[in-house]
Design a protein around this ligand. Structure first.
Ligand code: FRU
Length: 476
């Protein structure tokens, strides 16, 4: 048996062994993507191809730590009902033996082609990095085509996570990198036919806020155009917390500007965080057949108390965010739940106009939409959200899952707070603030037995609450 077959078999055996336990975990999501066993991290290869949406993911099937990653695979026709598919890539070759790391997918010549980083580490922990290609004629079975890009001069082997797209009949790739002076950056490459790649250079800081000073390594860059502006998304490592900003272990955000595709010069505005919650990292976007720029992120952060997550004893850890539609308005990215998410709703909404206080019980899979002058909110007696009107600051508070001590994440809302649109799924919360002006994405490990929702407002307000489906991820 080939090593590839052996690894596939072992991973499937791990799923057989763990999944019964995993799915009985009350924290396992009902409509978010999570691993059938082990650890899930970055979304990869996110694409709508021949009608079907494909989402691959960084996966360690055997345990809840990191290591030689596989590409796991989910697919969906409607972005609500997802099917777990056979493994796409195994770390079975010399150029990816320590992990088929993150990457992206394109449609080329009728084939689904994925670029990913082959990670190779020797016994001393020295790292080599290769950007590799694999392709599929049916979207499910992949054939590896080997190494397409080797490490260029000027960078350390922290050079990974290729995102590929087409711009004016030419293919481009952006790679997350670290320069020899240990500064994080993104590198732009080009190719006529996806085989031979030329390095154009570092997407460089052409104005007052140099990207130069944003950490020691950038992971998972994504460059795309939105409203005719060039948005660079990336996840920098090494930023210091600064007031309410950069409070997670690593960050994830974007700059907006204009790229010169000939020289990689990039004139851009300041770096903004994409999400204000506790767990969000390595998002990837795709442009779907309806022309929507859709983002999915990892609801986790590397090295941020991952081993202490309460699901670890049950054999799994982490999940994805919901897919979100991006909109660019006033030099800022807004994020919206997709219209398809309405398919999750069961039955009629609770629909109430209320005066100052509303209390009810909700299911573990719920959608809550509040319009009004909101003061505070409590979910399951566990997570609090409160708005300080004088300072214009919205704060999410929860007990740390490590030691129970209260911890907070906050954002500024210069024009106040008028809407909260919340998706609750067993152990996660996604809070869309003011029609997507900000989002808080967080895990929520509330003890069982408290189903309460309490909303306090300053005036008469309106709330709608839906019970959502609890079974849209079909693993077995
Ligand atoms: C981001 C990341 C990527 C890498 C992958 C490995 O979370 O570290 O840079 O490709 O995860 O799983």
């Amino acid at each position: 048996m080939s090593y590839d077959c052996e690894l596939r078999q072992r991973a499937e055996q791990a799923v057989d062994m763990y999944f019964e336990n995993v799915k009985q975990d009350p924290y396992f999501p009902g409509y978010h993507l999570a691993p059938p066993s082990g650890l899930l991290n970055d979304p990869n290869g996110w694409i709508q191809w021949k009608g079907r949406y494909h989402l691959f993911f960084q996966w360690m099937p055997f345990h809840t730590g990191h290591g030689a990653k596989f590409w796991g695979h989910f697919s969906s026709r409607d972005l609500v009902n997802w099917r777990y598919e056979p493994i796409a890539l195994t770390p079975a070759d010399w150029f990816d033996k320590s992990g088929c790391y993150s990457g992206s997918a394109v449609n080329a010549d009728g084939m689904l082609k994925v670029f990913y980083t082959g990670n190779v580490k020797d016994e001393q922990g020295n790292r080599e990095t290769y950007q590799c290609l694999a392709e599929s004629a049916d979207g499910f079975h992949f054939e590896k085509k080997g190494v397409k890009v080797r490490l260029p001069e000027g960078y350390t082997p922290h050079f990974r996570d290729p995102k590929v797209w087409k711009h004016e009949d030419q293919w481009y790739m952006v790679i997350g990198a670290q320069k020899l002076d240990k500064k994080g950056c993104a590198v732009l490459l080009k190719s006529a036919g996806l085989e031979d790649w030329t390095c154009i250079g570092v997407l460089s800081h052409a104005n007052a806020e140099p990207l130069e000073n944003l950490g020691y390594m950038w992971e998972c860059p994504d460059l795309f155009s939105l409203n005719e502006r060039d948005v660079l998304l990336f996840s920098p490592q090494g930023l210091e917390a600064d007031g309410i900003d950069y409070n997670n272990h690593y960050q994830s955000g974007y700059v907006i500007g204009t790229v010169d595709y000939e020289t990689a010069a990039y004139k851009h505005g300041k770096f903004l965080e994409l999400d204000r919650g506790f767990e969000f990292y390595a998002p990837q976007t795709t442009l779907d057949d309806n022309g929507r720029r859709i983002l999915i992120g990892w609801m986790g952060v590397p090295d941020q108390n991952e081993a202490e997550q309460p699901t670890v004893p049950n054999g799994w850890v982490h999940q994805m965010t919901l897919p979100r539609k991006l909109e660019l308005r006033n030099d800022k990215i807004l994020q919206h739940p997709l219209d398809e998410m309405k398919l999750l709703r069961i039955g009629e909404a609770i629909d109430r106009q209320f005066d100052r206080k509303y209390q009810t019980s909700i299911s573990k899979t719920s959608e809550i939409d509040i319009n009004g002058d909101i003061e505070s909110l409590n979910i399951f007696g566990y997570a609090d959200l409160y708005f300080n009107q004088a300072e214009g600051v919205l704060t999410l508070e929860r007990p740390s899952y490590v030691n129970g001590i209260k911890e907070t994440r906050s954002c500024c809302l210069p024009s106040g707070l008028n809407r909260l649109h919340i998706f609750v799924d067993h152990s996660s919360l996604e809070i869309f603030v003011n029609d997507g002006e900000e989002v808080f994405t967080s895990r929520m490990f509330a003890p069982n037995g408290n189903d309460s929702l309490t909303i306090n407002t300053n005036k008469s307000s309106h709330v709608q609450i839906w019970d959502l489906k609890n079974d849209t991820i079909h693993i077995r």
